[in-house]
Design a protein around this ligand. Structure first.
Ligand SMILES: Cc1cc2nc3c(=O)[nH]c(=O)nc-3n(C[C@H](O)[C@H](O)[C@H](O)COP(=O)(O)O)c2cc1C
Length: 347
């Protein structure tokens, strides 16, 4: 049962780590003192991959496979239902290998029958396994995760990375729902975003550096020390977001994730052009440390503040927020310059 033990260890170690936030301090809004809209008219409604959403937020992939993860999945599904958000499952490989643990994932459907649930597998999956994962929970989309640094840091990690693009291509061509390709906290760059879109990804979830750090988690699990430089490997979420947007605009949806549990950062990510924003580690922490109500309240607060920020930029819809002027300074601005990503288009 190494896979199952691992899933519980991920949860328990994540709870001991500080919940970092993504760094969007280089992205600045310009205050609008004449907004010409009313707070009660500001709406977070949006559409994503053909799904109509009341808010651009979603609960990202976390867990499944064990009694603890069944409880977590049931509670998260309850929160997702109360807040009306989509929810992604943790990797379903455990249930494909052992049908006895399917219930730890299916519980989400029981709690949230009408919900938008996203299936999840690693890039080692075959089209047949991918379709089974989708059908297990009647998923509206399939996430495929990329996690090379994590595999490298795990004692039991699979260090064979050839053929991933081809497998994604075969899966995207075969399955009945849109495929979202995601990282797990190290970000995605423009070059790979191009390749993933060519392979058939309908959306890319950048899951960049700033929140959950799987190198730190795996180094603690395996009791193998990694040097601080290696522990901070990865593209910061804001940088990864501008990289992926540069490749994806008009071709694939883009999701910002990786330390995204601040209303201001969420607003900035949406203003840059993200179609949706996901969070995983911080909601897990709040749920297990402070309980379900605290998590629901935190999500409601994020949404209320997001509306305030939209008003302060003169935006009553997310479409309008995407058109407000932004100033991009510092490290992110310099990164964009060197990578020839237009800063001017955000002005
Ligand atoms: C305990 C834990 C387990 C996770 N398991 C998965 C997984 O099974 N599949 C996956 O795609 N991502 C998994 N993730 C990664 C998240 O979906 C997300 O991409 C990443 O944690 C960055 O977001 P965050 O900073 O909000 O946590 C996991 C994250 C955590 C904290």
């Amino acid at each position: 049962m190494p896979r199952l033990n691992r899933k519980d260890e991920h949860i328990l170690i994540r709870l001991k780590q500080k919940s970092g936030l993504a760094d969007f301090s280089d992205i600045h809004f310009v205050h609008n003192c004449l907004p010409e809209c009313n707070l009660d008219e500001v709406t977070l409604e949006t559409s994503l991959l053909g799904m109509e959403l009341r808010s651009p937020l979603f609960i990202n992939a976390l867990t499944g496979g064990t009694p603890l993860s069944k409880r977590v999945n049931a509670a998260l599904a309850g929160v997702a239902r109360e807040c009306g958000l989509p929810m992604a499952l943790g990797s379903q490989m455990a249930a494909l290998e052992n049908p006895l643990v399917e219930e730890t994932f299916k519980v989400v459907r029981e709690v949230y029958p009408e919900g938008l649930i996203w299936a999840n597998l690693g890039s080692y999956a075959t089209p047949e396994l991918a379709q089974r994962a989708i059908e297990m929970v009647d998923a509206a989309a399939l996430q495929i995760h990329l996690n090379v640094p994590q595999e490298l840091a795990m004692r039991e990690g699979d260090c064979h990375f050839e053929g991933v693009r081809q497998r994604i291509k075969e899966i995207a061509a075969a399955v009945t729902v849109p495929v979202i390709v995601k990282e797990v906290g190290f970000g995605i760059a423009r070059e790979q975003a191009h390749l993933l879109i060519e392979a058939g990804a309908a959306a890319i979830d950048v899951s960049g550096r700033g929140g959950t750090n799987f190198l730190a988690i795996e180094s603690r699990r395996s009791r193998r020390r990694l040097s601080p430089e290696i522990l901070s490997w990865g593209l910061p979420t804001a940088v990864s977001l501008v990289e992926v947007l540069d490749a994806a605009v008009g071709r694939a949806a883009v999701m910002a994730a990786g330390g995204m549990f601040s209303s201001l950062n969420i607003a900035k990510a949406l203003a840059l052009g993200a179609d949706a924003v996901g969070f995983a580690g911080h909601p897990l922490y709040l749920l297990l440390k402070q309980g379900r109500r605290a998590l629901v309240r935190a999500i409601q607060r994020l949404e209320q503040e997001l509306r305030l920020i939209m008003l302060l930029t003169g935006s009553s819809t997310l479409e309008e927020l995407r058109r407000v002027p932004l100033v991009i300074t510092g490290f992110t601005g310099e990164w964009m310059k060197q990578r020839e990503i237009s800063v001017a288009k955000y002005r």
